[in-house]
Design a protein around this ligand. Structure first.
Ligand SMILES: NC(=O)c1ccc[n+]([C@@H]2O[C@H](COP(=O)([O-])OP(=O)(O)OC[C@H]3O[C@@H](n4cnc5c(N)ncnc54)[C@H](OP(=O)(O)O)[C@@H]3O)[C@@H](O)[C@H]2O)c1
Length: 399
């Protein structure tokens, strides 16, 4: 009889697993102890008091909800610490974080990161560098917070011929668009999101679609087995949407969401279309459901059919859940490598979707999908009907 090890069956036994891990002197060095890092630290301390060897922060005097007295201010020292085998990068950005991850990989240490900016811009070559030094690079938390979509694509669906991947990947824009639906204009909705901590003081990464494009590039690389970076992903943000756009959708039973989708072209199966765009989604569509920090990721496979993953896409504890799972995989030497894709970088064409054109005196949905980079040209084409007020994509799975 094939028995599942008890440690995989029950959360009660997790500390037991941690005990075994430490017997191999596998210390963890945590870089950053902010929203995500502090949740990671608390969970690691719960698992076993000796797992966590060092925590680096910028300001060691800042009060934090973590029972730790000896913060380091030099994160490179933490990376170099011989007692640290797994480096957990929770600083963010592509400057310092990149240097630290490189250093850890160069020393053959396993790296776990939640840093989508870094993985979406340099992930492919960092992964191949890691493969050369015997290190590993894990980044489950970089997309979808607690939703285990990276592992699903890299492992469970590794043999699947993916036709489409993506969905609603950014919580800040969910919040802003929800507030607009309740009557606020864009500026007021964004200000409210900032006041409540749903948007950064510099919200551009979210509202301009960079964050979603980063996550989409990571998903597309895993889904289509090619090195993938976010630079080439066509991207439109939510900043130009108006209360009229929201109203026009509501009248038709549609909601506005920031979608991030990559898929095999309908006309040319070899081409991959990708894009980040605000789009109308019918109220009953799974992409219409997420609110606030919720994300929805959908994978359409030739054989597997449609798989929908939904859950909490941000926040300290949810993100730390994915980070700590990666840490445990590293300590247990499981899943040594996410696929290190080879060949040329994935080059994508602009995503195509039908669009709602609103002009003075009426509106229409284009009969054919329009590439996202052709929305302005579409407005010109339909100018003959009247002054065009808005051209907004519609995602109804039909086109
Ligand atoms: N927040 C989320 O919901 C979420 C979700 C998914 C992924 N992520 C990703 O997770 C990563 C961390 O995000 P976060 O929200 O936790 O950021 P955060 O709250 O701003 O925390 C950043 C941490 O890095 C530390 N740090 C900055 N510069 C440093 C330096 N020079 N030396 C040592 N430590 C330094 C800061 O130290 P001080 O505390 O002393 O300032 C802080 O503890 C990012 O890559 C982000 O994209 C976040």
């Amino acid at each position: 009889v094939h028995t599942v090890p008890r440690v995989l069956c029950s959360s009660e036994t997790a500390p037991l697993a941690a005990t075994r891990m430490t017997e191999r002197v596998n210390g963890i060095g945590l870089l950053g102890c902010g929203t995500v890092g502090s949740s990671v630290a608390r969970r690691l301390l719960e698992l076993h008091p000796d797992l966590l060897r060092a925590i680096a922060v910028r300001d060691p005097l800042k009060p934090r909800a973590v029972d730790w007295n000896d913060f380091d201010v030099d994160p490179f020292e933490v990376v170099d610490d011989p007692a640290v085998r797994v480096v957990v990068e929770c600083i963010g950005g592509v400057g310092l974080a990149r240097e630290l991850v490189l250093r850890a990989i160069a020393r053959g240490k396993d790296v776990v990161t939640a840093n989508k900016d870094l993985i979406a811009t340099e992930g492919p070559w960092l992964a191949s560098f890691a493969a050369r030094t015997g290190a590993t690079l894990r980044y489950e938390a970089a997309v979808g917070g607690a939703i285990p979509i990276v592992r699903a694509l890299a492992s469970s669906l590794a043999n699947e011929d993916v036709l489409e991947v993506g969905g609603v990947l950014n919580g800040t824009t969910n919040f802003v668009l929800d507030a607009m639906e309740k009557g606020a204009d864009y500026g007021a909705a964004l200000a409210e999101a900032q006041r409540l901590g749903f948007a950064e003081s510099d919200p551009r990464a979210d509202v301009d679609g960079h964050d979603a494009a980063h996550k989409l590039a990571i998903l597309a690389g895993l889904a289509f087995h090619r090195p993938s970076v976010s630079g080439g992903v066509l991207r439109r943000g939510i900043g130009e949407l108006t209360a009229d756009d929201v109203r026009a959708g509501a009248e038709r039973g549609w909601q506005l969401k920031l979608l991030a989708i990559a898929r095999r072209g309908a006309h040319d199966g070899a081409a991959i279309e990708a894009g980040v765009t605000p789009a109308y989604v019918p109220a009953e569509h799974p992409f219409a459901r997420p609110r606030g920090a919720e994300n929805v990721v959908r994978v359409v496979g030739r054989r597997a059919g449609t798989l929908t993953f939904a859950g909490t896409g941000a926040g300290g504890d949810a993100t730390a859940s994915a980070v700590v799972a990666d840490v445990i995989a590293a300590l247990e030497n499981r899943e040594r490598h996410l696929p290190a894709h080879v060949g040329d970088d994935l080059v994508t064409q602009p995503l195509r979707a039908r669009v709602l054109v609103r002009f003075d005196g009426g509106s229409l949905v284009t009969p054919e999908p329009v590439p996202l980079d052709q929305l302005e040209a579409t407005a010109l084409v339909y100018g003959a009907h009247g002054v065009v007020r808005a051209v907004v994509p519609l995602w109804d799975d039909a086109a």
